[in-house]
Design a protein around this ligand. Structure first.
Ligand code: IMP
Ligand code: MG
Length: 181
């Protein structure tokens, strides 16, 4: 797809590449969770696109739930202070929880969330992230299913935003630094 050059620097991961990658990840998930009580959790809002595309590839019985978290800080860097804006609707005791996230950056959000969910006695908690930016990690955090490892550039599209914009773009794109500097 063609984007406005002054806003979008380039496409980093195309929708086609995302769909192909999700086929592979879903195959692993279907095998890993066969016969288990699976709960797939979407982290709002950034993960909506990857969540919907992964969910439709899951071929085993599962339930879904939604959670919204936010980290304080400027819109291109998180401060590490995390709060829950919307909690899960139901308890997770004894369930195998698969968190679906858009991107792991500093790792603070997912690290906080893992610690928080583990206190609720789930059978297991794993993380699927569409994107991973390991160069920016500030705490040790390894996702279990990773779509793409990307360089330290601010990306938008396919659910990811800058100031609530660009979530609707079909591809993951590098935002022109002009837009936030
Ligand atoms: P972390 O706690 O630093 O790992 O931050 C994770 C959250 O920051 C993600 O869920 C995104 O909402 C946001 N974020 C980090 N990097 C980007 C990016 O490149 N584009 C858009 N949002 C990002
Ligand atoms: Mg997010």
């Amino acid at each position: 797809m063609e984007y406005a050059k002054d806003e979008i620097e380039r496409v980093l991961v195309s929708n086609e590449e995302i769909q192909q990658r999700l086929d592979c990840l879903a195959e692993r998930i279907n095998a890993d969770y066969a016969g288990k009580d699976l709960l797939v959790v979407c982290i709002l809002k950034g993960a909506v696109a990857v969540f919907a595309d992964v969910l439709r590839r899951i071929r085993i019985p599962c339930a879904i739930d939604f959670m919204a978290i936010s980290s304080y800080g400027s819109s291109t860097k998180s401060s590490g202070v995390v709060r829950i804006l919307k909690d899960l609707d139901h308890g997770i005791e004894g369930k195998h929880v698969l968190i679906v996230e858009d991107i792991v950056d500093s790792g603070m959000s997912m690290s906080y969330l893992l610690d928080n969910l583990k206190t609720r006695n789930p059978a297991s908690v794993r993380i699927l992230t569409l994107l991973d930016k390991p160069e920016r990690r500030r705490v040790e955090l390894k996702a279990d299913y990773i779509g793409f490892t990307i360089p330290d550039e601010f990306v938008v599209g396919y659910g990811l935003d800058y100031a609530e914009r660009y979530r609707n773009l079909p591809d993951v794109c590098v935002l022109s630094p002009k837009m936030y500097s």
